[in-house]
Design a protein around this ligand. Structure first.
Ligand SMILES: [Zn+2]
Length: 394
């Protein structure tokens, strides 16, 4: 690793160019929708700000790799910058048994580019008929790293999820006993609860009762989107942690809805008010070990996004590290990026930090990201924060 002093160069540019080259098409976005974000996210420029940082190879603690032709296309995007990733089990049909997870892991390994430094961390989809013995055996073998709780109907392919939480109590008790982490999609699905309130209501009605009834259960609140969730994590012990996505650090609900709907910003949980985004940024950049990266990178083809009933999901595997460097630089917190992206997640999952490293460098021209990647199922549009990304992994 180079000397720290050698990584610090004087900043040659105080103002970003307004438009990225080849990084999506911000001309299609309404300035009214993006103006406030730009203002809020201009990096804090100081003469001594680093323009090169080296971190342990990061991990993604929540990613959707899909299957088949889509898996082939998106896996290299994740494997390029990340050493490991928690692989979501919401295939059709879902990954519910250890045998399902073995087969899915083998398909992922077969799709990995030659020489890739990447290990998939497998999860099981919790159903009302999950067998505690099967899950314990999968965990003991080292294959299963977490179990995923989707309230039925909460998001893409969650129809098999849990309706009656009493039915999964024996499974949760077994998990607490053996130290297997529960990952939760923290939204209620009751039709009378407003979509913007579903995370906060889930904490009160579901998560807090589950945790109180199952002492010692390790829980990851995934892709938190609200100040309520950040406060709840902070008020509890180390058995509870939260992942935060790249895009929820960069967009609020205005970016989704003002000046024309932006389907590529639509995801679940849906982006919330700016005060919530600010709480997420504060948590991510605070150095608190209970917050770490889970991109929730979730590819859908453009025809499935740009439709009368568009799918929920943001695809950010390709440019997440550039986005995060931008966010952390804007907060004057580049020194906290390694904790968020590389160290806090392994600590929560009781795994070692990756030994390999990656280096991010700030360029004088915007980093060249494609607007889309091509897959065997159709084009998938890459997350575009609406302003230039100057950082890139070198
Ligand atoms: Zn997800």
């Amino acid at each position: 690793m180079p000397q720290i002093a050698a990584q610090i160069k004087p900043l040659v540019r105080a103002v970003h160019p307004r438009l990225p080259r080849g990084s999506g098409d911000p001309s299609q976005m309404q300035p009214a929708a993006l103006g406030k974000l730009r203002q809020n996210s201009e990096p804090a420029m100081t003469a001594s700000a680093p323009t090169r940082i080296t971190l342990p190879r990061p991990d993604d603690w929540h990613v959707h790799l899909r299957d088949g032709a889509m898996l082939q296309a998106v896996l290299p995007e994740t494997a390029r910058d990340f050493g490991r990733a928690i692989i979501m089990p919401n295939l059709v049909p879902p990954v519910v048994t250890t045998a399902d997870a073995v087969a899915y892991r083998d398909r992922i390994l077969a799709a990995l580019p030659q020489g890739a430094d990447f290990a998939p961390l497998m999860t099981l989809y919790l159903t009302e008929t999950t067998d505690p013995d099967d899950l314990a055996a999968g965990f003991a073998s080292g294959l299963i790293q977490a179990v995923k709780l989707y309230p039925a109907g909460a998001t893409t392919n969650s129809a098999s999820g849990v309706r009656d939480f009493d039915k999964v109590r024996p499974v949760l008790e077994r998990m607490a006993e053996i130290g297997l982490t529960l990952c939760v999609h923290g939204e209620v699905t009751d039709s009378d609860i407003d979509i913007f309130d579903r995370e906060a209501v889930f904490i009160d009605r579901v998560l807090d009762p589950i945790r109180k009834a199952t002492p010692g259960l390790r829980v990851t609140m995934e892709h938190v989107t609200t100040k309520n969730a950040v406060d709840y994590v902070r008020a509890n012990d180390d058995d509870l942690a939260a992942s935060i996505t790249t895009h929820h650090l960069m967009i609020n609900r205005n970016h989704l809805l003002v000046g024309g709907i932006k389907p590529h910003y639509y995801c679940l949980p849906v982006a919330k008010r700016e005060e919530h985004r600010l709480a997420l940024v504060e948590a991510a950049t605070s150095g608190d070990k209970r917050f770490f990266l889970g991109t929730d990178s979730a590819p859908h083809t453009d025809p499935n996004k740009l439709s009368e009933c568009g799918c929920a999901g943001v695809f950010s595997a390709t440019n997440t590290m550039a986005c995060l460097a931008h966010v952390f630089e804007a907060e004057g917190a580049l020194d906290k990026l390694a904790g968020f992206a590389s160290e806090n997640g392994p600590a929560h999952y009781k795994l070692p930090v990756n030994q390999a490293t990656i280096t991010l460098e700030k360029q004088t021209d915007p980093a060249p990201f494609p607007a889309q990647i091509q897959t065997g199922e159709g084009p998938v549009t890459l997350f575009n924060p609406g302003y230039p990304l100057m950082w890139r992994v070198v």
